[in-house]
Design a protein around this ligand. Structure first.
Ligand SMILES: Nc1ncnc2c1ncn2[C@@H]1O[C@H](COP(=O)(O)OP(=O)(O)O)[C@@H](O)[C@H]1O
Ligand SMILES: [Mg+2]
Length: 259
């Protein structure tokens, strides 16, 4: 008997693991940062990593883009072991992985439009002016900042700069997004807007994302799945609501913070 091929194809694509971290460890000197971390991210999924400061959250995502390598264990992105990639392949990988750093720095001497054109012309080597214009317009509309297109970064608020930073990362249409503390330093209202935007961008671009945060509202808004990291290990995993109602003392301590 023949299998219903099409059907299984669709579910395979939806379940595709785009980031596969298996049992990684990382020590700096005598600082054992990652002990045993495993994490899978599926296509189109938003995974939130919660953890206190200094737990190795940023180290973990730097391993995904090959900025750091684990001492042991495996990090595969789109099925390839990152540590074994040639420089050329690593460069290719980085065009598919958007990285929104904590600072999300823009080029101060360039307008918003120029900041957004930069990755298209320099990274993707796009030449078609019309296509570049279209992409800039589309992504700026997506983050609700079309009116700021000719402004300088210094004319924008912190929240607006964050949005432009997000737009600049998304404009190359990455298949994976890594958000490192996307709401840190923002007021509660702007934080909520950015969290909502991260969710909207996932829906619009079907991007798989890892969102590192200690902002519980951000975790609740953006996360399909939440993992909690403590002392170099993942101690719990579930939906936000599942973890919020957990009986585990350590897990519930994350949800009973006063911040
Ligand atoms: N390149 C590095 N060299 C040495 N130590 C590092 C390096 N990167 C991070 N660390 C250390 O690893 C620990 C975890 O850092 P990090 O991943 O940035 O924590 P966080 O969970 O706050 O993102 C910290 O003690 C930090 O000092
Ligand atoms: Mg960090």
């Amino acid at each position: 008997m023949q299998k219903p091929e099409n059907h299984s194809h669709i579910s395979d694509a939806a379940n595709e693991v785009v980031v596969d971290i298996q049992h990684i460890s990382k020590t700096f000197g005598d600082n054992e940062v990652l002990k045993d971390i495993s994490l899978q991210v599926h296509r189109g999924e938003n995974v939130v990593v919660l953890g206190k400061s200094g737990q190795g959250k940023s180290v973990t995502i730097q391993c995904i883009v090959g900025l750091l390598h684990p001492d042991s264990g495996s990090v595969k992105v789109f099925g390839d072991e990152v540590a074994n990639l040639s420089d050329k392949k690593l460069k290719e990988l980085r065009t598919k992985v958007g990285f929104l750093f904590q600072s999300g720095a823009l080029y101060d001497s360039m307008t918003v439009r120029e900041n957004l054109e930069f990755p298209l012309t320099r990274v993707l080597k796009m030449k078609d002016k019309q296509e570049i214009d279209n992409r800039v317009q589309e992504v700026l509309e997506g983050v609700g900042l079309i009116d700021a297109i000719d402004k300088m970064p210094s004319d924008l608020s912190g929240g607006m700069r964050k949005r432009v930073g997000l737009a600049r990362t998304l404009i190359v249409k990455p298949e994976i997004m890594l958000y490192d503390e996307p709401t840190t330093g923002l007021d509660p209202i702007t934080s909520r807007e950015i969290s909502q935007l991260i969710l909207n961008m996932q829906k619009k671009y079907k991007t798989a994302s890892i969102i590192i945060t200690h902002d519980m509202e951000c975790a609740k808004i953006t996360g399909d799945r939440v993992v909690i990291m403590n002392e170099g290990e993942y101690i719990a995993e579930g939906t936000f609501d599942e973890l919020e109602s957990s009986d585990d003392e350590l897990v519930s301590s994350f949800f009973n913070q006063t911040v």
